[in-house]
Ligand binder design. Sequence first.
Ligand SMILES: *[C@@H]1O[C@H](CO)[C@@H](O)[C@H](O)[C@H]1NC(C)=O
Ligand SMILES: *[C@@H]1O[C@H](CO)[C@@H](O)[C@H](O)[C@H]1NC(C)=O
Ligand SMILES: *[C@@H]1O[C@H](CO)[C@@H](O)[C@H](O)[C@H]1NC(C)=O
Ligand SMILES: *[C@@H]1O[C@H](CO)[C@@H](O)[C@H](O)[C@H]1NC(C)=O
Ligand SMILES: *[C@@H]1O[C@H](CO)[C@@H](O)[C@H](O)[C@H]1NC(C)=O
Ligand SMILES: *[C@@H]1O[C@H](CO)[C@@H](O)[C@H](O)[C@H]1NC(C)=O
Ligand SMILES: *[C@@H]1O[C@H](CO)[C@@H](O)[C@H](O)[C@H]1NC(C)=O
Ligand SMILES: *[C@@H]1O[C@H](CO)[C@@H](O)[C@H](O)[C@H]1NC(C)=O
Ligand SMILES: *[C@@H]1O[C@H](CO)[C@@H](O)[C@H](O)[C@H]1NC(C)=O
Ligand SMILES: *[C@@H]1O[C@H](CO)[C@@H](O)[C@H](O)[C@H]1NC(C)=O
Ligand SMILES: *[C@@H]1O[C@H](CO)[C@@H](O)[C@H](O)[C@H]1NC(C)=O
Ligand SMILES: *[C@@H]1O[C@H](CO)[C@@H](O)[C@H](O)[C@H]1NC(C)=O
Length: 407
Amino acid sequence: MTRFGASHLVVLLVAAISVAQAVKIEVHGKDNKTCIYAVLSVNFTVLYEGNGTMENATFQLPDSLSSNGSTCGGNNSAPLLNMGFGTGHSLSLNFSHTDGKFSGDVLTFTYNTSDAKLFPGAKNKSVKHVAVNSLMESVPLNTIYTCRSVKAIASEAVVMVFWHVGIQAFVENGTISKNESFCKADVSTTVSPVTTQTTSTVTPIPTKPPPDLPAVGNYTVKNGSDPCLLANMGLQLNITITENQARVININSNSTASGRCGDKHSVLLLQDTDATIQFHFFVEQSKFFLKEVQANVSLLVNGSTTTLNSSNGNLKYWQAFVGSSYICRSEQRLVVTDKLAINTFNVWLQPFEVKNGTFSRAEECSLDDDSILIPIIVGAALAGLIVIVVIAYVIGRRSSYAGYQTL
Ligand SMILES: *[C@@H]1O[C@H](CO)[C@@H](O)[C@H](O)[C@H]1NC(C)=O
Ligand SMILES: *[C@@H]1O[C@H](CO)[C@@H](O)[C@H](O)[C@H]1NC(C)=O
Ligand SMILES: *[C@@H]1O[C@H](CO)[C@@H](O)[C@H](O)[C@H]1NC(C)=O
Ligand SMILES: *[C@@H]1O[C@H](CO)[C@@H](O)[C@H](O)[C@H]1NC(C)=O
Ligand SMILES: *[C@@H]1O[C@H](CO)[C@@H](O)[C@H](O)[C@H]1NC(C)=O
Ligand SMILES: *[C@@H]1O[C@H](CO)[C@@H](O)[C@H](O)[C@H]1NC(C)=O
Ligand SMILES: *[C@@H]1O[C@H](CO)[C@@H](O)[C@H](O)[C@H]1NC(C)=O
Ligand SMILES: *[C@@H]1O[C@H](CO)[C@@H](O)[C@H](O)[C@H]1NC(C)=O
Ligand SMILES: *[C@@H]1O[C@H](CO)[C@@H](O)[C@H](O)[C@H]1NC(C)=O
Ligand SMILES: *[C@@H]1O[C@H](CO)[C@@H](O)[C@H](O)[C@H]1NC(C)=O
Ligand SMILES: *[C@@H]1O[C@H](CO)[C@@H](O)[C@H](O)[C@H]1NC(C)=O
Ligand SMILES: *[C@@H]1O[C@H](CO)[C@@H](O)[C@H](O)[C@H]1NC(C)=O
């Protein structure tokens, strides 16, 4: 576990030129041969509850790491790279391989808020975990995955910013490969050659100009193996950075969906690379509706990564009777806070009483359905008619009664 092994000149150059914080770590097998090799830089931002206020802890992955807990894997266990640091913190990544390719599977960040150095004044002192599976795409075996671009991964209260990443697992014969497999971000942003790499070649994360319409994702939450919440929709975040600066981000339709289902409260949690959104559905008087939205979005603004945490627990969108589904083909703008609005497209959802994994009879939103006016007009006309009949009847009774009296 030395820093900057001389045998890895390429990595050394990259690290030395732009950042001092690239950390190298190797895992050795029983035969003392390297089976996992990694070099990486990570900035962490963790939101935690301090003494009465929410605080951000920001720190970097230190270069004194312990590889304790790491394993090369075996017939029935996956290789695991575990990087322990400080008092009870760790970042771990396990690996899988199929069809001549390997990839990182689950990245788990464990932090211990009882560490007063990193989390001064933390109210709840406990060990917390966040897990994501979006650090690296799969690359051919016997190559080293490299990603010089900045990649921010946000999950729950944590934002991890990775850059200058090099990872090889399933290393054969203990020899790190000289062949690199570049990440998509590096390839698509025409990264300059290593020797001219400077700190300013940072890939902005969501720089895309006003994007196309978002693709519709089919998201499912399961209770055991039974789908209990269905949501097909395209989502686009509109984030107000300053008065005249907005950022529009499409949520990837491949985002991971999770959550939980209850009788009166169901949750859909979507995790995209740079955004995490929670939708809370509640039941009141046999109707369900979207009551709460919590969103954490990491953005690169003026060259630095910032996190927007927006939530509102007092909403009333997407209402329909329990037992049916809600459909809205038209674009809707759900205002969450003054900083965040969500534009939604082709929404079809059912957060309660999903039967047999399919949507029940749909209630259409009023935006879709102009003909809703017709029943209202007909209803009003009928009510009017009834009132007239009743009045006529009463008048008729009165006059005939009066007639008898004069007799
Ligand atoms: C493994 O290699 C290191 C140096 O690379 C050496 O110091 C150590 O003694 C070796 N251990 C075994 C069990 O061979
Ligand atoms: C990581 O954190 C350091 C120190 O806070 C900062 O100088 C650097 O710009 C950060 N890097 C990225 C890519 O966010
Ligand atoms: C919390 O803050 C209050 C006032 O700001 C202070 O009186 C109290 O001692 C603090 N508690 C801790 C545990 O720091
Ligand atoms: C490694 O972990 C084991 C058990 O998990 C522990 O007993 C040991 O002290 C650890 N070693 C280091 C150097 O942290
Ligand atoms: C893994 O499987 C191979 C054959 O399938 C066997 O020879 C080897 O002993 C197994 N290794 C372990 C660690 O179980
Ligand atoms: C990686 O670890 C996670 C849990 O930490 C587990 O769910 C997953 O199956 C593991 N992946 C492999 C390939 O073993
Ligand atoms: C590992 O060693 C074997 C036998 O010496 C050789 O056939 C194979 O090509 C080597 N693999 C790599 C990646 O060097
Ligand atoms: C999503 O669901 C819709 C309607 O059920 C279906 O038409 C569409 O093909 C699905 N898309 C995917 C990617 O499965
Ligand atoms: C984003 O919001 C701003 C102001 O809230 C608005 O002017 C702009 O049209 C919105 N853009 C989209 C694509 O919804
Ligand atoms: C979603 O995943 C599929 C296959 O995993 C891939 O072909 C497709 O390009 C992905 N879509 C996006 C928008 O990333
Ligand atoms: C935490 O950091 C983010 C940006 O990194 C910022 O937007 C937010 O306001 C900070 N929160 C607190 C409580 O400092
Ligand atoms: C559930 O779906 C399957 C096939 O999609 C169908 O054969 C079955 O009859 C359905 N059951 C109910 C109760 O609707």
